[in-house]
Design a protein around this ligand. Structure first.
Ligand SMILES: Cc1cc2nc3c(=O)[nH]c(=O)nc-3n(C[C@H](O)[C@H](O)[C@H](O)COP(=O)(O)OP(=O)(O)OC[C@H]3O[C@@H](n4cnc5c(N)ncnc54)[C@H](O)[C@@H]3O)c2cc1C
Length: 408
């Protein structure tokens, strides 16, 4: 007889593992979701007649064919458009491509000289040891100009003020461009080095990014219990909210979102207390922008938002754009007040309390201990929050598919 599965959270991770188990013939699956619909950070709503992705700009990277194939089973490929990435950075009156270190050649000539001089004497080019703090690493890898004009203010705007808490173990996510490649790009006027993610991506033709997850949720029927937050978990008894029992629990929700956890050691519980995250607010504006970019990064600390998503450049027949702003900065701007989800002027705003898991120093050890201990009790942490990892949705789907393959 197959086991009884309880899945916490109906975002991409929870939905993928649930759908994959179902495809294997495992039917005894219950999913608890705190919201009234599925999709998590990848949800969309209608704003001003077209979709708005309420968790921020969301695109499906083409790099994982098995993931695309899986998602196309729920929303066929001909319902998606394929785009080449066009993203920009506005820095010191220069509007250049991303990543900055591969596109310095697009700056004013006098700026190119200053940036190159700073990169030439960055620690990594002088052979000094790689530092352990993220902020120190930025200076070490990219030099003082890129650090002070872009990386430090941008990351502060996105993650919050205290960047000193962040480590460097996650930086393989960032593009890697050497000084030689930056120099070569300035001499030949084209980018060199590894490019960032989403170089090519899919976005739905008629819908927002949320549609595919809604269709997956539909295939699960009443196995998903909406408006049902998991508030307590007992790992020994494998019971959630004193009501839902299972043989295996797969948790994709933030560990800090439980009000009560039983069955973990004191060390693991203390580890949970150290996990940090930041929140993001999405605001929609109906104006058209004069740019071909799909999104633009703004390190300028005078502006509260850090990124703009130009909806009319990736969502057919739409207008307007939306901004992404760290919740703390947003509250400062509005004196602590939020405006309603949607107001009469056509603007709209949405708050995502759990947006970015922060890669603090010591987090890998904390999560390893926590996940191993939980797994020994058949409680498996999965996805952006279950693993507290800065994962994109394509990776989350891949990991969830692989997990389901191992389960019986
Ligand atoms: C601004 C921004 C931009 C991004 N851009 C991209 C992009 O372009 N491409 C991309 O692939 N990825 C992108 N991502 C990442 C993407 O959002 C995540 O990879 C994906 O949503 C992770 O899925 P998940 O299921 O692990 O988590 P989530 O999507 O967060 O889903 C978790 C689910 O659990 C529910 N939940 C939370 N607490 C509880 C509880 N206690 N009980 C029950 N349910 C609960 C939530 O409501 C949610 O439905 C972006 C993220 C952000 C913040």
């Amino acid at each position: 007889m197959s086991k009884k599965y309880l899945i916490l959270g109906a975002g991409p991770a929870g939905l993928t593992v649930a759908c994959s188990l179902l495809k294997k013939g495992i039917k005894d699956i219950t999913v608890l979701e705190r919201a009234e619909e599925a999709g998590g950070l990848c949800r969309s709503v209608d704003a001003d007649g077209r979709p708005l992705d309420i968790g921020g700009g969301h695109f499906l990277d083409v790099r994982r064919p098995a993931v695309d194939e899986f998602l196309f089973e729920y929303m066929p490929m001909d319902e998606w458009d394929r785009y080449e990435r066009d993203s920009r950075i506005v820095v010191n009156d220069n509007v250049i491509g991303s990543p900055i270190e591969a596109n310095i050649w697009q700056m004013k000539l006098e700026d190119q000289v200053e940036y190159l001089k700073a990169i030439a004497v960055a620690g990594c080019n002088l052979g000094t040891k790689m530092p352990e703090k993220f902020t120190d690493w930025i200076f070490w890898k990219l030099g003082s100009k890129v650090a002070e004009d872009y990386m430090i203010p941008y990351n502060q705007k996105m993650f919050g003020e205290n960047l000193d808490l962040l480590g460097t173990y996650w930086l393989e996510k960032l593009p890697n461009v050497s000084f030689e490649e930056t120099l070569l790009s300035c001499l030949t006027k084209k980018p060199y080095g590894t490019q960032p993610g989403h170089a090519e991506f899919f976005y739905p033709k008629k819908y927002g990014y949320g549609e595919v997850w809604l269709r997956m949720a539909q295939s699960l029927g009443d196995r998903i219990k909406y408006n049902e937050p998991a508030v307590s978990i007992d790992l020994d008894k494998k019971i959630v909210n004193d009501k839902y029992e299972a043989d295996v629990i797969i948790s994709t929700v933030p560990w800090k979102s439980f009000k009560s956890i039983k069955g973990l050691s004191e060390e693991a519980m203390k580890g949970i207390d150290t996990l940090l995250s930041s929140s993001v607010v999405i605001e929609y504006f109906p104006e058209m922008l004069d740019t071909k970019a799909q999104w633009i990064y703004y390190p300028d600390s005078e502006l509260s938002y850090h990124r703009i998503l130009v909806r009319h450049n990736f969502c057919p027949d739409s207008k307007g754009y939306w901004t992404e702003t760290n919740l703390t900065r947003f509250e400062e701007k509005n004196n602590g007040k939020h405006f309603a989800d949607s107001d009469k002027s056509g603007k709209a705003s949405y708050i995502n309390d759990y947006a970015y898991p922060l890669n603090t120093i010591g987090k890998p050890e904390t999560m390893k201990k926590l996940l191993e201990e939980a797994a020994s009790k058949n409680v498996i942490g999965l996805g952006r929050w279950g693993e507290h990892q800065h994962y994109n949705s394509d990776l989350v789907v891949e990991l969830a598919m692989k997990l389901a393959q191992r389960l019986d």
